[in-house]
Write a protein that binds this ligand. Structure first.
Ligand SMILES: [Zn+2]
Length: 146
């Protein structure tokens, strides 16, 4: 088995509505997601993927489609956060936001990213590592329990 890793980044706003400190304020981060996938090397002679686990370009495109394209320069907010829900509902033409059924902590966002990718990844590949950096010094890692 060989493991390959791709990194993507995007800018996104959020807040943690119940937080005891400054994370309750609306603010943003440069999010960085590191995803590693494991699989057998393609042995199909003459194939574009010969000698690869998965084409880095194809992995990048999957990550773009299912994660960064949806999240870049938007605000992710908890659907039960009435303050932001009402704010965004009042400005549907001016602002793009994504409501999610969880408080958008790094821990919950990394799980969301994992599930987004898992839903579109070819079934012969397994996500072995999924790490979301909220800052260069703070990150969350999602691992599926087996
Ligand atoms: Zn934050």
């Amino acid at each position: 088995m060989v493991i390959v890793t791709k990194v993507i980044e995007w800018d996104m706003g959020h807040r943690v509505p119940n937080h005891k400190n400054k994370c309750r304020n609306l603010h943003g981060h440069r999010y960085r997601l590191e995803v590693s996938v494991q699989g057998d090397l393609c042995a199909e002679a003459g194939s574009s993927n010969e000698g690869m686990v998965f084409d880095f370009g194809d992995l990048k495109e999957l990550l773009r489609q299912c994660i960064s394209e949806q999240l870049d320069h938007v605000c992710m907010y908890y659907a039960e956060d009435s303050l932001l829900r009402e704010f965004f509902a009042a400005h549907p033409e001016q602002l793009v936001a994504i409501a999610v059924p969880f408080i958008p902590t790094a821990e919950n966002i990394v799980r969301w990213c994992y599930e987004q990718l898992k839903a579109v990844l070819p079934p012969h590949l397994k996500i072995t590592r999924c790490i979301l950096y909220e800052t260069p010094n703070s990150w969350a890692e999602y691992t599926e329990q087996t």
